[in-house]
Design a binder for this molecule. Structure first.
Ligand SMILES: Cc1ncc(COP(=O)(O)O)c(C=O)c1O
Length: 372
């Protein structure tokens, strides 16, 4: 902390003003206080009938104050922006997001007393838009998802703001060595039957979560495999398989939060042991099935995670191996009542989940999971 006398008068530079440094110090303290209040998220056993000797755990990221794993990323991006001299007391924060990151950033901007503008694609659920606005954020809806980043950049220029740019900075802003999702989950597993998981299974939006977990596992000497589950329309699977970072697709993902039409900078293919392409209908059927087992609604990307987890559990079981697999509850299903939980919406989107619902029933009684 600075005392008054230690802080010299402001220099002419807008962003580097010394008087602003006091505000930055206070802002960083507010973020740390929030981290202390939020604490660790629980790692819950997921008792999937059919999973045999494989212990499945879900790290429940929906229990962050802003309801998703993006709470961690938002805090990291604000910390990075403050320490980088990009955010000061009058900076408007701008983000391009399919919703969850914007919800979390709106919350942190409000804590710091900053204006926040979210540029989001039109397909974003209305529940998420309401949450951004509840935290005082301004929402700008863009019809073509391909225009979201360009629009965010131009809003940033108009408002002389700071573009958080999660897709570029997620993996840089996150402290992957300590105090992160991976250090929490490995510590939480210490007293379990299989403390070092065979696999950790996550989706990729920015790619930052998979990158941070993989880096931490390497840094700490764990041999755990890192699997990314990828929805239809996303470039990560083919980009990884062909080892081609320039691979692009033309249809955006329908599973909010994960899947991108290009291989984002925060996704590091070298760190990923396997990418599993998952049909959207499988994600949604599994989301509903898992919500019944857990006893509360989870989001569609959690369904993607769990379908991939069941595939890997089956693979381990069929080679007669025991062990543990960890995945994530990324966000709550309450955000998707009007979409993934709504049969009329599914019909409009031409998504038939019935074959995957049957596949899950068969898995429940036989432990065999067949792609429908
Ligand atoms: C809602 C949601 N957002 C984002 C992600 C991916 O996060 P990241 O941007 O770190 O790749 C996931 C899945 O893990 C998710 O479910």
């Amino acid at each position: 902390m600075y005392s008054e006398s230690q802080v010299p008068d402001a220099s002419a530079r807008i962003r580097g003003r010394r008087s602003d440094r006091r505000w930055v110090t206070q802002a960083l303290e507010l973020l740390q206080a929030e981290a202390g209040r939020s604490g660790w998220t629980p790692l819950i056993p997921f008792h999937a009938p059919g999973a045999g000797d494989i212990d499945i755990y879900l790290k429940d990221e929906s229990l962050h104050p802003t309801g998703s794993l993006k709470h961690r990323l938002a805090r990291a991006l604000f910390t990075h922006g403050l320490c980088n001299g990009d955010i000061g007391p009058r900076t408007t924060i701008v983000e391009a997001s399919s919703g969850s990151t914007a919800v979390s950033e709106a919350y942190f901007a409000q804590i710091l007393g900053l204006d926040f503008v979210a540029v989001i694609p039109a397909a974003t659920s209305r529940e998420k838009i309401a949450l951004i606005e509840r935290h005082g954020g301004q929402v700008l809806v863009v019809e073509d998802p391909a225009d979201v980043i360009r629009t965010a950049q131009s809003v940033t220029a108009q408002r002389d703001g700071h573009f958080m740019d999660q897709f570029t900075f997620a993996s840089q802003a996150t402290n992957w060595r300590e105090g992160n999702i991976a250090s929490e989950l490995f510590t939480q597993l210490l007293r379990e039957k299989h403390p070092v998981p065979e696999w950790i299974v996550v989706g990729a939006g920015t790619g930052g979560t998979s990158t941070s977990i993989a880096r931490y596992a390497r840094f700490s000497g764990f041999g755990t495999g890192i699997a990314v589950v990828d929805p239809e329309g996303s470039a990560f699977y083919e980009g990884w398989r062909r080892n081609d970072r320039s691979y692009v697709t033309s249809t955006p993902s329908r599973i909010e939060g994960i899947g991108r039409t290009r291989v984002e900078r925060s996704f590091v293919p070298n760190l990923i042991d396997e990418v599993l392409p998952i049909p959207d209908a499988a994600s949604i059927a599994t989301m509903r099935w898992a919500s019944r087992i857990i006893g509360r609604r989870v989001g569609a990307s959690t369904g993607t995670n769990i379908w991939g987890t069941l595939q890997l559990a089956q693979r381990l079981s069929s080679s007669r191996r025991a062990g543990s697999i960890v995945s994530l509850i990324c966000d709550t299903g309450e955000r998707y009542s009007s979409t993934y939980f709504n049969d009329a919406w599914l019909a409009e989107q031409n998504i038939d989940i019935a074959p995957f619902e049957r596949a899950l029933e068969v898995f429940t009684s036989t432990g065999v999971l067949r792609a429908a």
